[in-house]
Design a protein around this ligand. Sequence first.
Ligand SMILES: *Cc1c(COP(=O)(O)O)cnc(C)c1O
Length: 393
Amino acid sequence: MSDNWNTRTRLVHSGTTRSQYNEVSEAIYLTQGFVYESAEQAEARFIESGPDEFIYARYGNPTVAMFERRIAALEGAEDAFATASGMAAVSGALMAMLRAGDHVVAARALFGSCLYVLEEILTRYGVEVTFVDGTDLAAWQAAIRPGTKAVFFETVANPTLEVIDIEAVSKIAHAVGATVVVDNVFATPVFSNAIAQGADVVIYSATKHIDGQGRALGGVIIATKDFIRGTVEPYMKHTGGSMSPFTAWIMLKGLETIDLRVRAQAASALAISEALQGHAKLNRAIYPGHPSHAQYDLVKRQMGKGGTVLSLDITGGQAAAFRFLNALKIVLISNNLGDAKSIITHPATTTHQRLSDTQRAALGITPGLVRLSVGIEDGEDLINDVMQALDAV
Ligand SMILES: *Cc1c(COP(=O)(O)O)cnc(C)c1O
Protein backbone atom coordinates (compact mmCIF):
# COMPACT_ATOMS: atom_id res chain seq x y z
CA MET A 1 0.00 0.00 0.00
CA SER A 2 1.30 3.39 -0.90
CA ASP A 3 1.01 6.58 1.14
CA ASN A 4 1.14 8.85 -1.89
CA TRP A 5 -1.86 7.43 -3.73
CA ASN A 6 -4.59 9.89 -4.54
CA THR A 7 -8.15 9.46 -3.29
CA ARG A 8 -9.66 7.43 -6.15
CA THR A 9 -6.80 4.93 -6.03
CA ARG A 10 -7.09 4.54 -2.26
CA LEU A 11 -10.82 3.95 -2.57
CA VAL A 12 -10.26 1.00 -4.91
CA HIS A 13 -7.11 -0.55 -3.44
CA SER A 14 -6.35 0.58 0.13
CA GLY A 15 -6.63 -2.01 2.86
CA THR A 16 -7.02 -5.05 0.60
CA THR A 17 -5.61 -8.35 1.78
CA ARG A 18 -5.88 -11.47 -0.37
CA SER A 19 -6.31 -15.14 0.50
CA GLN A 20 -4.14 -17.91 -0.99
CA TYR A 21 -6.38 -17.74 -4.12
CA ASN A 22 -5.41 -14.14 -4.89
CA GLU A 23 -9.01 -13.15 -5.66
CA VAL A 24 -9.60 -9.79 -7.43
CA SER A 25 -12.73 -8.78 -5.52
CA GLU A 26 -12.46 -8.56 -1.74
CA ALA A 27 -13.31 -11.89 -0.07
CA ILE A 28 -16.23 -12.13 2.35
CA TYR A 29 -14.99 -13.98 5.40
CA LEU A 30 -18.31 -15.10 6.84
CA THR A 31 -16.78 -16.63 9.91
CA GLN A 32 -17.31 -15.91 13.58
CA GLY A 33 -14.01 -17.45 14.65
CA PHE A 34 -10.53 -18.63 13.63
CA VAL A 35 -8.73 -21.93 14.19
CA TYR A 36 -5.49 -21.93 16.14
CA GLU A 37 -2.70 -24.32 15.20
CA SER A 38 -1.95 -25.13 18.81
CA ALA A 39 -3.04 -24.41 22.34
CA GLU A 40 0.06 -22.26 22.69
CA GLN A 41 -0.95 -20.18 19.66
CA ALA A 42 -4.43 -19.67 21.10
CA GLU A 43 -2.91 -18.54 24.38
CA ALA A 44 -0.54 -16.14 22.63
CA ARG A 45 -3.34 -14.67 20.49
CA PHE A 46 -5.40 -13.84 23.58
CA ILE A 47 -2.42 -12.16 25.28
CA GLU A 48 -1.43 -9.95 22.39
CA SER A 49 -3.79 -9.53 19.47
CA GLY A 50 -2.19 -7.69 16.60
CA PRO A 51 -4.20 -6.25 13.71
CA ASP A 52 -3.83 -9.39 11.58
CA GLU A 53 -4.40 -11.89 14.35
CA PHE A 54 -8.11 -12.53 14.56
CA ILE A 55 -9.83 -14.15 17.53
CA TYR A 56 -13.58 -13.59 17.21
CA ALA A 57 -15.65 -11.53 14.77
CA ARG A 58 -16.95 -9.27 17.52
CA TYR A 59 -13.32 -8.14 17.98
CA GLY A 60 -12.32 -8.14 14.33
CA ASN A 61 -12.65 -10.00 11.02
CA PRO A 62 -10.56 -9.88 7.81
CA THR A 63 -13.34 -8.36 5.64
CA VAL A 64 -14.22 -5.82 8.33
CA ALA A 65 -10.51 -4.96 8.74
CA MET A 66 -10.23 -4.25 5.00
CA PHE A 67 -13.10 -1.77 5.28
CA GLU A 68 -11.56 -0.16 8.38
CA ARG A 69 -8.16 0.28 6.69
CA ARG A 70 -9.73 1.66 3.49
CA ILE A 71 -11.90 4.30 5.20
CA ALA A 72 -8.99 5.28 7.51
CA ALA A 73 -6.78 5.74 4.42
CA LEU A 74 -9.45 7.89 2.76
CA GLU A 75 -9.84 10.09 5.83
CA GLY A 76 -6.08 10.42 6.36
CA ALA A 77 -6.32 8.79 9.79
CA GLU A 78 -4.35 6.05 11.51
CA ASP A 79 -7.19 3.67 12.26
CA ALA A 80 -10.93 3.02 12.30
CA PHE A 81 -13.48 0.76 13.98
CA ALA A 82 -16.50 -0.44 11.99
CA THR A 83 -19.85 -0.66 13.76
CA ALA A 84 -23.29 -2.19 13.20
CA SER A 85 -24.91 1.19 12.45
CA GLY A 86 -24.20 4.90 12.55
CA MET A 87 -25.78 5.11 15.98
CA ALA A 88 -23.57 2.27 17.28
CA ALA A 89 -20.64 4.45 16.18
CA VAL A 90 -21.95 7.64 17.82
CA SER A 91 -22.98 5.98 21.10
CA GLY A 92 -19.90 3.72 21.11
CA ALA A 93 -17.38 6.53 20.63
CA LEU A 94 -18.98 8.63 23.37
CA MET A 95 -19.66 5.83 25.88
CA ALA A 96 -16.16 4.42 25.36
CA MET A 97 -14.43 7.67 26.34
CA LEU A 98 -16.76 9.19 28.97
CA ARG A 99 -17.39 8.42 32.62
CA ALA A 100 -19.58 9.82 35.41
CA GLY A 101 -18.66 13.40 36.27
CA ASP A 102 -17.37 14.26 32.78
CA HIS A 103 -18.61 17.36 30.96
CA VAL A 104 -19.54 17.44 27.25
CA VAL A 105 -20.53 20.39 25.08
CA ALA A 106 -22.69 19.61 22.04
CA ALA A 107 -24.40 21.51 19.26
CA ARG A 108 -28.18 21.64 19.73
CA ALA A 109 -29.10 20.91 16.10
CA LEU A 110 -28.58 17.14 16.03
CA PHE A 111 -29.99 14.05 14.34
CA GLY A 112 -32.77 12.84 16.66
CA SER A 113 -30.99 9.71 17.91
CA CYS A 114 -27.74 11.63 18.54
CA LEU A 115 -29.75 14.09 20.65
CA TYR A 116 -31.30 11.17 22.56
CA VAL A 117 -27.86 9.64 23.33
CA LEU A 118 -26.52 12.95 24.64
CA GLU A 119 -29.63 14.23 26.40
CA GLU A 120 -31.17 11.03 27.79
CA ILE A 121 -28.54 8.27 27.96
CA LEU A 122 -25.22 9.94 28.85
CA THR A 123 -26.89 12.08 31.53
CA ARG A 124 -28.35 8.90 33.07
CA TYR A 125 -24.77 7.78 33.73
CA GLY A 126 -23.72 11.04 35.35
CA VAL A 127 -22.26 12.84 32.32
CA GLU A 128 -23.11 16.55 32.22
CA VAL A 129 -24.05 17.86 28.77
CA THR A 130 -24.30 21.52 27.75
CA PHE A 131 -26.05 22.33 24.45
CA VAL A 132 -25.09 25.37 22.37
CA ASP A 133 -25.96 26.95 19.03
CA GLY A 134 -23.22 25.28 17.01
CA THR A 135 -22.74 28.18 14.62
CA ASP A 136 -22.08 30.63 17.51
CA LEU A 137 -18.36 30.50 18.40
CA ALA A 138 -18.91 32.75 21.45
CA ALA A 139 -21.40 30.17 22.77
CA TRP A 140 -18.82 27.35 22.39
CA GLN A 141 -16.22 29.57 24.10
CA ALA A 142 -18.60 30.25 27.01
CA ALA A 143 -19.66 26.61 27.46
CA ILE A 144 -16.29 24.87 27.14
CA ARG A 145 -14.44 25.00 30.46
CA PRO A 146 -11.27 23.54 31.99
CA GLY A 147 -12.03 19.84 32.44
CA THR A 148 -14.53 19.61 29.54
CA LYS A 149 -13.85 16.13 28.21
CA ALA A 150 -15.41 16.23 24.74
CA VAL A 151 -17.30 18.33 22.24
CA PHE A 152 -19.75 16.80 19.78
CA PHE A 153 -21.39 18.25 16.68
CA GLU A 154 -22.69 17.45 13.22
CA THR A 155 -20.42 19.35 10.83
CA VAL A 156 -23.46 20.12 8.65
CA ALA A 157 -26.74 20.12 10.58
CA ASN A 158 -29.78 18.10 9.51
CA PRO A 159 -32.04 19.37 7.96
CA THR A 160 -31.25 23.10 8.08
CA LEU A 161 -27.79 22.62 6.52
CA GLU A 162 -26.05 25.06 8.87
CA VAL A 163 -22.31 24.46 8.85
CA ILE A 164 -20.14 24.34 11.98
CA ASP A 165 -16.57 25.62 11.78
CA ILE A 166 -14.45 22.54 12.65
CA GLU A 167 -11.19 24.46 12.83
CA ALA A 168 -12.51 27.23 15.12
CA VAL A 169 -14.41 24.92 17.51
CA SER A 170 -11.44 22.52 17.65
CA LYS A 171 -9.15 25.37 18.65
CA ILE A 172 -11.42 26.32 21.55
CA ALA A 173 -11.81 22.66 22.62
CA HIS A 174 -8.13 21.80 22.36
CA ALA A 175 -7.20 24.78 24.55
CA VAL A 176 -8.71 22.84 27.49
CA GLY A 177 -7.67 19.39 26.23
CA ALA A 178 -11.17 18.32 25.12
CA THR A 179 -11.59 15.64 22.44
CA VAL A 180 -13.39 16.84 19.30
CA VAL A 181 -15.91 14.26 18.06
CA VAL A 182 -17.75 15.05 14.82
CA ASP A 183 -20.65 13.36 13.07
CA ASN A 184 -19.63 14.05 9.49
CA VAL A 185 -22.45 12.39 7.51
CA PHE A 186 -23.71 15.44 5.59
CA ALA A 187 -20.16 16.53 4.66
CA THR A 188 -19.61 13.00 3.23
CA PRO A 189 -16.22 11.21 3.28
CA VAL A 190 -15.55 12.68 -0.19
CA PHE A 191 -15.66 16.33 0.90
CA SER A 192 -14.24 15.77 4.39
CA ASN A 193 -10.94 17.11 5.60
CA ALA A 194 -12.09 16.99 9.22
CA ILE A 195 -8.97 15.47 10.80
CA ALA A 196 -6.63 17.98 9.15
CA GLN A 197 -9.02 20.73 10.31
CA GLY A 198 -8.78 19.64 13.96
CA ALA A 199 -11.32 16.88 14.62
CA ASP A 200 -9.95 14.05 16.77
CA VAL A 201 -12.70 11.53 16.08
CA VAL A 202 -14.73 11.39 12.85
CA ILE A 203 -17.94 9.36 12.70
CA TYR A 204 -19.98 8.27 9.68
CA SER A 205 -23.24 6.48 9.33
CA ALA A 206 -22.04 4.16 6.51
CA THR A 207 -25.73 3.56 5.79
CA LYS A 208 -25.69 6.87 3.92
CA HIS A 209 -23.10 7.69 1.20
CA ILE A 210 -20.66 4.83 1.92
CA ASP A 211 -23.15 2.12 1.00
CA GLY A 212 -24.95 4.69 -1.12
CA GLN A 213 -27.36 2.13 -2.47
CA GLY A 214 -29.74 1.63 0.42
CA ARG A 215 -28.75 -1.95 1.22
CA ALA A 216 -27.31 -2.10 4.70
CA LEU A 217 -26.90 -0.32 8.04
CA GLY A 218 -23.37 0.41 9.17
CA GLY A 219 -21.14 2.93 10.86
CA VAL A 220 -17.52 3.75 11.48
CA ILE A 221 -15.39 5.58 14.06
CA ILE A 222 -12.15 7.04 12.66
CA ALA A 223 -9.30 8.33 14.87
CA THR A 224 -5.74 7.67 16.04
CA LYS A 225 -4.61 4.08 16.57
CA ASP A 226 -4.36 4.86 20.27
CA PHE A 227 -8.00 6.02 20.53
CA ILE A 228 -9.39 3.22 18.32
CA ARG A 229 -7.50 0.29 19.82
CA GLY A 230 -7.04 1.69 23.35
CA THR A 231 -10.47 3.28 23.97
CA VAL A 232 -13.04 2.26 21.31
CA GLU A 233 -12.17 -1.41 20.70
CA PRO A 234 -12.30 -2.54 24.36
CA TYR A 235 -15.76 -0.94 24.69
CA MET A 236 -17.14 -2.18 21.34
CA LYS A 237 -15.80 -5.72 21.60
CA HIS A 238 -17.39 -6.23 25.00
CA THR A 239 -20.70 -4.50 24.23
CA GLY A 240 -21.27 -6.07 20.80
CA GLY A 241 -21.92 -3.30 18.27
CA SER A 242 -19.44 -4.57 15.67
CA MET A 243 -20.08 -4.60 11.91
CA SER A 244 -20.88 -7.93 10.24
CA PRO A 245 -18.44 -9.22 7.58
CA PHE A 246 -21.14 -9.22 4.91
CA THR A 247 -21.97 -5.58 5.64
CA ALA A 248 -18.26 -4.71 5.54
CA TRP A 249 -18.07 -6.22 2.04
CA ILE A 250 -21.03 -4.08 0.92
CA MET A 251 -19.32 -1.00 2.38
CA LEU A 252 -15.98 -1.86 0.69
CA LYS A 253 -17.79 -2.03 -2.65
CA GLY A 254 -19.51 1.25 -1.80
CA LEU A 255 -16.17 2.94 -1.16
CA GLU A 256 -14.91 1.91 -4.62
CA THR A 257 -17.51 4.15 -6.27
CA ILE A 258 -18.19 6.77 -3.57
CA ASP A 259 -16.08 9.51 -5.16
CA LEU A 260 -17.82 9.12 -8.54
CA ARG A 261 -21.28 8.97 -7.00
CA VAL A 262 -20.97 11.80 -4.50
CA ARG A 263 -19.36 14.20 -6.99
CA ALA A 264 -22.15 13.51 -9.49
CA GLN A 265 -24.79 13.94 -6.77
CA ALA A 266 -23.22 17.22 -5.60
CA ALA A 267 -23.09 18.55 -9.18
CA SER A 268 -26.81 17.80 -9.64
CA ALA A 269 -27.61 19.30 -6.22
CA LEU A 270 -25.85 22.53 -7.26
CA ALA A 271 -27.70 22.57 -10.60
CA ILE A 272 -31.06 22.08 -8.84
CA SER A 273 -30.27 24.83 -6.33
CA GLU A 274 -29.37 27.20 -9.19
CA ALA A 275 -32.60 26.39 -11.03
CA LEU A 276 -34.64 27.03 -7.87
CA GLN A 277 -33.24 30.41 -6.77
CA GLY A 278 -36.05 32.94 -6.52
CA HIS A 279 -38.75 30.38 -7.40
CA ALA A 280 -42.18 31.83 -6.59
CA LYS A 281 -43.33 28.73 -4.66
CA LEU A 282 -40.29 28.77 -2.32
CA ASN A 283 -39.47 30.89 0.72
CA ARG A 284 -35.93 29.54 0.62
CA ALA A 285 -33.78 27.06 -1.28
CA ILE A 286 -30.92 26.13 1.04
CA TYR A 287 -27.81 24.49 -0.40
CA PRO A 288 -24.38 24.86 1.26
CA GLY A 289 -22.65 24.90 -2.15
CA HIS A 290 -24.66 27.85 -3.51
CA PRO A 291 -23.32 31.42 -2.99
CA SER A 292 -26.67 32.36 -1.40
CA HIS A 293 -25.89 30.13 1.63
CA ALA A 294 -25.13 32.30 4.68
CA GLN A 295 -21.89 30.38 5.33
CA TYR A 296 -20.75 29.93 1.73
CA ASP A 297 -17.14 31.02 2.48
CA LEU A 298 -16.88 28.53 5.35
CA VAL A 299 -18.36 25.77 3.15
CA LYS A 300 -15.76 26.42 0.44
CA ARG A 301 -12.93 26.42 3.00
CA GLN A 302 -14.12 23.40 4.96
CA MET A 303 -15.71 21.11 2.34
CA GLY A 304 -14.92 22.55 -1.07
CA LYS A 305 -18.33 21.47 -2.37
CA GLY A 306 -21.84 21.68 -0.94
CA GLY A 307 -22.69 18.00 -0.45
CA THR A 308 -25.65 16.05 -1.76
CA VAL A 309 -28.59 17.46 0.20
CA LEU A 310 -30.79 20.56 -0.31
CA SER A 311 -33.52 21.87 1.95
CA LEU A 312 -36.46 23.73 0.43
CA ASP A 313 -38.95 25.82 2.37
CA ILE A 314 -42.16 25.68 0.37
CA THR A 315 -44.63 28.55 0.71
CA GLY A 316 -47.97 27.39 2.04
CA GLY A 317 -46.70 25.22 4.91
CA GLN A 318 -47.36 21.52 5.44
CA ALA A 319 -50.27 21.19 2.99
CA ALA A 320 -48.16 22.67 0.17
CA ALA A 321 -45.14 20.54 1.16
CA PHE A 322 -47.30 17.39 1.06
CA ARG A 323 -48.67 18.35 -2.38
CA PHE A 324 -45.08 18.80 -3.58
CA LEU A 325 -43.97 15.40 -2.23
CA ASN A 326 -46.98 13.62 -3.71
CA ALA A 327 -46.46 15.20 -7.15
CA LEU A 328 -42.83 14.04 -7.56
CA LYS A 329 -42.43 11.25 -10.13
CA ILE A 330 -38.74 10.28 -9.88
CA VAL A 331 -37.84 11.43 -6.37
CA LEU A 332 -39.00 8.88 -3.77
CA ILE A 333 -40.67 9.73 -0.47
CA SER A 334 -38.45 8.07 2.14
CA ASN A 335 -35.99 9.03 4.87
CA ASN A 336 -32.54 7.78 3.86
CA LEU A 337 -30.00 10.16 2.35
CA GLY A 338 -26.86 9.81 0.25
CA ASP A 339 -28.57 7.10 -1.78
CA ALA A 340 -28.19 6.57 -5.55
CA LYS A 341 -31.94 7.20 -5.71
CA SER A 342 -33.16 10.75 -5.01
CA ILE A 343 -35.19 10.87 -1.81
CA ILE A 344 -37.46 13.52 -0.31
CA THR A 345 -38.35 13.85 3.38
CA HIS A 346 -40.74 16.12 5.29
CA PRO A 347 -38.81 16.44 8.58
CA ALA A 348 -41.55 18.09 10.69
CA THR A 349 -43.88 15.06 10.33
CA THR A 350 -41.25 12.27 10.18
CA THR A 351 -37.63 12.51 11.38
CA HIS A 352 -38.35 15.44 13.73
CA GLN A 353 -41.95 14.52 14.65
CA ARG A 354 -40.90 13.76 18.27
CA LEU A 355 -39.96 17.41 18.89
CA SER A 356 -42.42 20.05 20.09
CA ASP A 357 -43.48 22.93 17.81
CA THR A 358 -41.24 25.27 19.80
CA GLN A 359 -38.22 22.96 19.51
CA ARG A 360 -38.77 22.60 15.77
CA ALA A 361 -39.12 26.37 15.38
CA ALA A 362 -35.87 26.90 17.33
CA LEU A 363 -34.10 24.55 14.90
CA GLY A 364 -35.58 26.27 11.84
CA ILE A 365 -37.72 23.25 10.90
CA THR A 366 -40.77 25.01 9.49
CA PRO A 367 -43.96 23.16 8.38
CA GLY A 368 -43.04 23.84 4.73
CA LEU A 369 -39.47 22.55 4.95
CA VAL A 370 -38.53 19.49 2.85
CA ARG A 371 -35.14 17.77 2.63
CA LEU A 372 -34.06 16.61 -0.81
CA SER A 373 -31.25 14.04 -0.99
CA VAL A 374 -30.02 14.15 -4.58
CA GLY A 375 -29.24 10.81 -6.24
CA ILE A 376 -27.23 9.79 -9.30
CA GLU A 377 -30.10 10.02 -11.80
CA ASP A 378 -29.74 12.39 -14.77
CA GLY A 379 -29.53 15.92 -13.38
CA GLU A 380 -31.84 17.43 -15.99
CA ASP A 381 -34.51 14.80 -15.27
CA LEU A 382 -34.29 15.71 -11.58
CA ILE A 383 -34.65 19.45 -12.26
CA ASN A 384 -37.68 18.74 -14.46
CA ASP A 385 -39.24 16.51 -11.79
CA VAL A 386 -38.79 19.12 -9.04
CA MET A 387 -40.13 21.89 -11.32
CA GLN A 388 -43.26 20.00 -12.39
CA ALA A 389 -43.97 19.09 -8.74
CA LEU A 390 -43.62 22.75 -7.69
CA ASP A 391 -46.07 23.66 -10.46
CA ALA A 392 -48.55 21.28 -8.82
CA VAL A 393 -48.30 23.11 -5.47
C1 LIG B 1 -28.41 8.56 9.67
C2 LIG B 1 -27.60 9.36 10.61
C3 LIG B 1 -27.14 8.79 11.82
C4 LIG B 1 -27.47 7.38 12.24
O1 LIG B 1 -27.02 6.41 11.38
P1 LIG B 1 -27.68 4.93 11.28
O2 LIG B 1 -26.78 4.21 10.35
O3 LIG B 1 -29.07 5.12 10.79
O4 LIG B 1 -27.65 4.36 12.67
C5 LIG B 1 -26.38 9.60 12.64
N1 LIG B 1 -26.10 10.88 12.32
C6 LIG B 1 -26.52 11.44 11.18
C7 LIG B 1 -26.17 12.85 10.88
C8 LIG B 1 -27.28 10.71 10.28
O5 LIG B 1 -27.72 11.27 9.14
